[in-house]
Design a protein around this ligand. Structure first.
Ligand code: ASP
Length: 330
């Protein structure tokens, strides 16, 4: 009898979908138990237990769902008989949920998130092998203390670095500029590095509303004003290049900051930090002058979740730009 126990927490996604005649497309069809039953040899890796958290496509995942999923995973990991947790999920927002679970993580035991690009009923589905590799990782000694790991295509990625890069190809998950942290081989899990600078937060509840606004050519302050009017405690802006914004957004930033709203600046480039190297209107020098906090390398979608978590634990940081930069620019 296998001594290791891994809990498979199924949330939905293409990995659990099959083609449906009536709706002419893939829809949720399989439970976590069905998924594991399709993986020969998985029972030799660990004793499995199942939790059907939801069965939805991942564009429907909300921050509140992520919060409940975090509580559920940590509840399982706190059990002495549990070695690790595998979360099955849709690929579309896998990086968001994985990142959320990582920055709120409590236990040192592994959480491995996985997904598939092909449905469970498709020719050559990628789900079964991804689940096999994920269970193997979650049951391994090597993964202890490595935070949340995103496992697809035998490859392990850090949630803060990984992103879905292709809408259909099974090799879609990549960590631009950094590469994977490790991989799953036939005999063992191989790690090549550990990600530095992961900060974790433990709010009692997820309370802070934060919106994300993408700068576009011709943007003005209107969406910023709207976010403030609807009660956001924080706003993440996604700028261009080094973090530069269209100049008409700056008065909106200034007023939001004056009203006590945390405004965080990210860049749409998949690599590199936000930095005040330019002095022109709309530059990072200009937006920092009116109180914006430069968020380093993090993607806008992840910065938004992080700001929700940070402000839920420390609402007072909303007006502390130095503190926000210390937390985000890592
Ligand atoms: N739309 C699907 C989802 O994210 C895609 C997938 O799982 O690959 O649920």
């Amino acid at each position: 009898m296998q001594q290791k126990k891994v809990i498979v927490v199924a949330t939905g996604g293409t990995i659990a979908m099959k083609y449906d005649e009536a709706s002419q497309g893939l829809i949720p069809a399989c439970s976590g138990e069905d998924l594991a039953a399709a993986v020969p040899g998985i029972d030799k890796l660990a004793q499995l237990e199942f939790c059907q958290f939801s069965n939805i496509a991942s564009p429907g995942m909300t921050p509140d769902d992520m919060w409940r999923l975090h509580l559920k995973c940590e509840e399982f990991l706190a059990r002495e008989d549990v070695t690790g947790v595998v979360v099955t999920h849709g690929t579309d927002t896998l990086e968001e949920t994985s990142y959320f679970l990582d920055i709120t993580k409590i236990s040192e035991k592994p959480i491995v998130t996985t997904a598939a690009m092909r449905g469970a009923g498709d020719t050559s589905p990628d789900g079964p092998w991804n689940i096999y590799c994920s269970v193997k990782t979650a049951a391994s000694e090597e993964a202890v203390g490595m935070g949340v790991l995103v496992c697809l295509n035998e490859t392990l990625h850090a949630p803060g670095e990984v992103t879905k890069t292709h809408s259909a190809n099974p090799a879609t998950f990549q960590s631009p500029w950094w590469g994977p942290v490790g991989y799953v081989d036939l005999d063992k899990i191989v790690f090549r590095r550990k990600t530095l600078g992961v900060k974790r937060f433990h709010p009692e509840a997820l309370t802070a509303r934060v919106d994300l606004i993408k700068a576009m050519t011709g943007s003005d302050r209107e969406y910023i004003d709207f976010a403030v009017a609807r009660g956001c405690k924080g706003i993440v802006l996604e700028g261009f290049g080094r973090g530069n914004l269209p100049p008409p957004m700056i008065p909106g930033v200034e007023e939001a900051v004056k009203k006590g709203v945390a405004v965080i600046l990210t860049t749409r480039t998949p690599g590199g930090r936000v930095l005040d190297v330019y002095g022109y209107p709309g530059s990072v020098t200009d937006s920092r002058r009116v109180g914006i906090a430069a968020a380093g390398e993090i993607s806008a979608a992840k910065a938004r979740l992080k700001l929700m978590v940070v402000l839920s634990e420390h609402p007072e940081y909303a007006t502390n730009r130095d503190k926000l930069e210390e937390i985000f620019d890592i």
